[in-house]
Design a binder for this molecule. Sequence first.
Ligand SMILES: [Zn+2]
Length: 331
Amino acid sequence: MPQRVTQLAAALAAGLIIWIVSTGIAFPPPASMSGSVASVPATSTTLPEPTRTILPTLTPPPTATGYLEAPSLTQAVIEPVDVPTATPGPIYQPTPDAQVGRRDAVLPILTYHYVEPWPADASPLRQGLTVKPEEFAAQMAYLAEHGYTTISLYDLVDALATGRALPDRAVILTFDDGYAGLFDYAVPVMQGFNQTGTVFVITEFVDQARPEYLSWPELRFMSSLGWRVEPHTKTHLGLEGMSYQRQLYEMLGSIETVEANLGQRPRFFNYPSGSYDDTTLALAPELGLWGGVTTRGGWYHRYADRYEWTRLRITGNTDLLHFIEMVEHGR
Ligand SMILES: [Zn+2]
């Protein structure tokens, strides 16, 4: 009776699955993602996938500004974490003092793109752009456990111009393009470690409410947590070789769109694909920008280089040891 045998086999298989699930015997015990630094070993590769449920109780952005309410998030209280908190950066452009030419800062500005699970059909390019949530969590845990304070580009330009002290171990986390997955996979983890980042948005894609990009309400919410939202042009076309008028459109347009939606003039620019030229560099200060970041590798920063600061790129293939090497040694 082949049919009966098949049915029996199916029934046994179903029973086995139910038994395994009910006993939990085939699965590791669930790890706790409490937000405690000590509970996340730097070498762990089995961190649970972060979800919105690990967000701490958060204060919504002030409604007095007239902006939209923050998106509703599932909220759960997590243990406070004892890591340093960065002080807010300056509101006014810092005036360089007489020592500015002698000052430098050696610190990693890390570049991320997507933080989310690799899509099933991800091309090698997409995989390279995508840091998996568990690897990202391990990287953030490493920074927290090893005394790193996340600062902003505002803090860096202030320190270089005026000599204001930076934390001993400062790091700047930048996220290019403003992908939606950050809201689920980067923000909650970083919030648990008192870390903030800078997200560079392509304003026309946000205006078009493309689902793969963060929305203005989400960006306002991140801003209320201390994140910086900065422009990355309107359409993400390379600026190099473009006419003055078109560069003005891409740069000023995205600056003013961010300002209109966040209520604060953004001061740092990110050139798409690291593509810019002398026209870009002449426009940047005219448009009220205080600095800009490139795709070139490096971690040595000076005030004179502020429109061409270098960064260190974290890819989907950067393992934790390589991450540590980059953060600790700039390579
Ligand atoms: Zn980009």
